[in-house]
Design a binder for this molecule. Structure first.
Ligand code: NAD
Length: 426
C-alpha cells in the first residue's frame, strides 16, 4: 500500500533520448570534446529522502530530486514535478532540455528540474503542503533567486509554488518572492503565467501552420493529448484563434468530436472536464482511446501530456503532418526518424513549450524589481519573443537543411558554449 503512494515504476528513459539529441548536435556543430563532456553531464544532482507522517498515522518516506544541468548563462531554472514515476533520469533529461530552452528564448537562466516520486492524488492537502515544505527545507541551500528558481510542472500548481515561496522565506527570515515562479498573483505571480505555456504553444502552432502547411489556423484540424495546464490552455487559445479542435484526451481516456469539431465553447468543454473521468461521456463526442487520439486523421497533433508517447511502435500510424511538442520529450529519437521519413514536421519541445519559462523570467524580473506588469504587456512580449524564436529556428533549419529539433538544440548549444568559453570554463 505504501509503495503505491511513494514509489513508481521506471518505464521510459528520457535521459538517453536527451543524450542522443545532444550527441547528434555535437557532431553537427563539430563541438570541442571538452565542452561536449561538460554538457552531457549534469553539474549537481540532489536526492533527498523525506519521511512524512500521514493523517492515517503511518510514516512514509518519499524521494525527491533536484538536478542542475548547467548555469553558464544564469541561475538554474526549471519546474518541479510530482509524479509516481518521477525518477533521477527524468530530472536529468528535463534539466538538460531546460538549458536548451532558456538559451533558445534568450533568457539569462541555465537549466534544472526536480520533483518528488509521489502520486499527489493519494495525499490530502495538508500532507501535500507538509511534503512540499520538507522538500524545500532539504533544498534550501541549493535554491534561491540567484541560484536556482523552481516553477510548476506536471501535478504542481500555483498553490504549491506559494508554499515553496513561503517556506523558503520563513527559513531566510524575510520575503523572497523571486525564489520561485508560477506563484499565485496575490503572492507576486505574474499576469499570464498560468496560461503562458499553452499560449506559447498556440502562437507557435499558428507560425508553424503558416510556414509548413501554407495554411491559417482556421483551416486546420487539431488533436491535443493531455488536458492539464498546458493542454487545456493550448486548446483555449487555439479555439480563440479559430483552429478546429477535433479531439482531446487525459489520463482517463480520449474524446473525438462528433462531426469532426467540438461545437461547444472552450469554457463549456473545460467545465465538462473538471471531473477528468467525464472525458469518456461527453455528449458531443465519441469516446476513443489515447492511442486512437494520437492516430487521428488531423492536420496538427499536439502531445501535451508526458514523455515517450510517440515511439517506434506507433510512429508509423501517426497521420498528422505537423506535430507540436507541447509536452517535454513526447517523441523518442527512433520515432523522430520514422515521422521525418513519412514527411511529418515536428516543432520540438524546447521551442514549442518555452512560453512558460519565458513568462517565468518575466515574473522573476518583476519580483526582483518589486514591479507588476499588466496582462496585455506580458502577452505582447510573449507573442513577439515566441514568433522571433520560431523564425530564427525555422530559418536556420532551412539554411542548413536540417530538422527543427536539430536546429533548435544547435542554436541553444552554441549559445551555452559561447557563454562557457567567454567565462573561461576551460
Ligand atoms: P498537468 O499535470 O497539468 O497535466 C497533465 C495532463 O496530462 C493531465 O490532463 C493528465 O490527465 C494527462 N496525462 C497524463 N498522462 C497521460 C497519458 N499517458 N495519456 C494521456 N493523458 C495523460 O501537467 P502540465 O503542466 O500540463 O504538463 C504537461 C507537459 O508539459 C509535461 O511534459 C510538462 O513537462 C510540460 N511542460 C509544462 C509546463 C508548465 O508550465 N506547466 C511548461 C513547459 C512544459
Amino acid at each position: 500500500m505504501v509503495e503505491s503512494i511513494g514509489q513508481g515504476v521506471f518505464e521510459k528513459d528520457p535521459y538517453s533520448n536527451a543524450l542522443t539529441q545532444l550527441a547528434s548536435v555535437a557532431e553537427f556543430l563539430d563541438l570541442e570534446p571538452e565542452y561536449y563532456e561538460v554538457l552531457k553531464t549534469t553539474m549537481k544532482e540532489l536526492v533527498v529522502h523525506i519521511p512524512l507522517k500521514l493523517a492515517r498515522g503511518e510514516v512514509v518516506t518519499f524521494t525527491g530530486y533536484r538536478v542542475q544541468h548547467n548555469n553558464a548563462r544564469g541561475p538554474f531554472k526549471g519546474g518541479i514535478r510530482y509524479h509516481k514515476n518521477m525518477d533521477l533520469n527524468d530530472a536529468r533529461a528535463l534539466s538538460m532540455w531546460m538549458t536548451w530552452k532558456t538559451a533558445i528564448m534568450d533568457v539569462p537562466f541555465g537549466g534544472a528540474k526536480g520533483g518528488i516520486t509521489v502520486d499527489p492524488d493519494k495525499l490530502n492537502m495538508d500532507e501535500l503542503e507538509q511534503l512540499t515544505r520538507r522538500y524545500v527545507d532539504m533544498l534550501k541551500d541549493d535554491i534561491g533567486p540567484e541560484i536556482d528558481i523552481p516553477a510548476p510542472d506536471v501535478n504542481t500548481n500555483p498553490q504549491i509554488m506559494g508554499w515553496i515561496m513561503n517556506e523558503y522565506s520563513r527559513l531566510r527570515g524575510f520575503n523572497v518572492p523571486a525564489v520561485v515562479t508560477g506563484k499565485p498573483l496575490e503572492l507576486g505571480g505574474s499576469e499570464g503565467r498560468l496560461s503562458a505555456t499553452g499560449k506559447g504553444v498556440a502562437i507557435c502552432t499558428r507560425e508553424a501552420v503558416q510556414r509548413f502547411l501554407g495554411k491559417e489556423l482556421h483551416d486546420v484540424t487539431v488533436a491535443v493529448q493531455g488536458f492539464g495546464n498546458v493542454g487545456s490552455n493550448t486548446v483555449r487559445f487555439l479555439m480563440d484563434m479559430g483552429a478546429k479542435i477535433a479531439g482531446v484526451s487525459n489520463i482517463y481516456g480520449a474524446a473525438k468530436a462528433k462531426g469532426g469539431l467540438f461545437g461547444v465553447s472552450f469554457d463549456k468543454l473545460n467545465n465538462d472536464l473538471v471531473n477528468p473521468h467525464s472525458i469518456s461521456s461527453l455528449v458531443y463526442a465519441e469516446p476513443i482511446t489515447n492511442e486512437e487520439l494520437l492516430e487521428m486523421d488531423v492536420d496538427v497533433l499536439i502531445p501535451a501530456a508526458m514523455e515517450g508517447q510517440i515511439t517506434e511502435y506507433n510512429a508509423s500510424k501517426i497521420k498528422a503532418k505537423l506535430i507540436m511538442e507541447a509536452a517535454n520529450g513526447p517523441i523518442t529519437p527512433s520515432a523522430d526518424s520514422i515521422l521525418y521519413k513519412g514527411g511529418a514536421k515536428i516543432v520540438p519541445d524546447v521551442l514549442a513549450n518555452a512560453g512558460g519559462v519565458l513568462v517565468s523570467y518575466f515574473e522573476w524580473v518583476q519580483n526582483l524589481n518589486r514591479d507588476h506588469w499588466s496582462e496585455i504587456e506580458v502577452n505582447a512580449k510573449l507573442d513577439v519573443k515566441m514568433k522571433n524564436a520560431f523564425k530564427q529556428i525555422f530559418e536556420f533549419a532551412a539554411l542548413k537543411n536540417i530538422e527543427m529539433r536539430e536546429a533548435a538544440v544547435a542554436i541553444a548549444v552554441d549559445k551555452v558554449v559561447k557563454a562557457m568559453k567567454l567565462a573561461g570554463w576551460h
